[in-house]
Design a protein around this ligand. Sequence first.
Ligand code: PBG
Length: 332
Amino acid sequence: MLTTGTYPSTRLRRTRQAAFVREMVRETRLAPAQLIQPLFVAEGALCGPVPSMPGIVRHDLDGLVQECAALHALGLRAVALFPVTPPERKTANGDEALNPDSLMCRAIRAVKKAVPQLGVIADVALDPYTSHGQDGVLNASGDVDNDATCEILRRQALLYARCGADVVAPSDMMDGRVGHIRQVLERDGCKNTLILSYAAKYASSFYGPFRDAVGSAANLGQGGKQTYQMDPANGDEALREVALDLAEGADIVMVKPGLPYLDVIRRVKDHFGVPVAAYQVSGEYSMLKAAAEKGWLDERKTVLETLICLRRAGADMILTYSAKDAATWLGA
Ligand code: PBG
């Protein structure tokens, strides 16, 4: 027999032969408790399906609460809430972000009341509320004013924490906002509120369908978010962002989007050894859905593969629009 290297004493195919051993040598696991479902909440005529995200709907308050109960029963431990704001409530300064009776505040309270064990993650940023669709308030030259925005974000985060949000998740990418938020939570009686920071959030074209869903796409027009979200070409810079957010008081750091940024997830996990979240964003979801609808990909197998790959890269938890489907498949 021909002997090359350690073959035939080494045959890696041996541990792939039978299901029992494949399962025993599997290095990474995927469980519903690691998945977080992003949910859109709306009112009146704004409720209904999101055309660019087949299978995803903008729930009314009752529908949202029912959905949360169903997700909890499937083994999910947390949801991330995103409000859809009617155009007439949007202003240049995003005032609705600080309204204690906003749809977002009512949604947080309703979910915590109905399903108290389910973790509620509240996104903190101004884009659902600004008439221009940017994540903060603008200065005279039309750029997002970092420090003025932080002043609003800290109040927004405290408001959501007081409504019952277990986790506040600043998704705005302002410098220093995690510190601002941590300080106010600590000072005003919310010391156990978690901060999940969108630490390495890239200026990505994969957010398109989300912006359709929350109605910020048209307002944003051709204007991008490159003056605050990261350049997809950068990896070292992600480590600097994460280091700052951790120093400022973040409990969990996120890399976003997911699949095209697996290297960033791995570097963050290796470098810091802290809880890492990955966000498989709207465009990633829609891309797989579209191919599945055409019969070009097997949705179930492909989605589960992407999720295990995000886990293998180092994500402890994954925000994904496929969370409900995946939890159903994993339980089946
Ligand atoms: C906004 C926010 C965005 C997403 C989550 N929070 C969009 C953006 O930055 O324009 C995107 C999520 C997705 O695409 O699924 N602060």
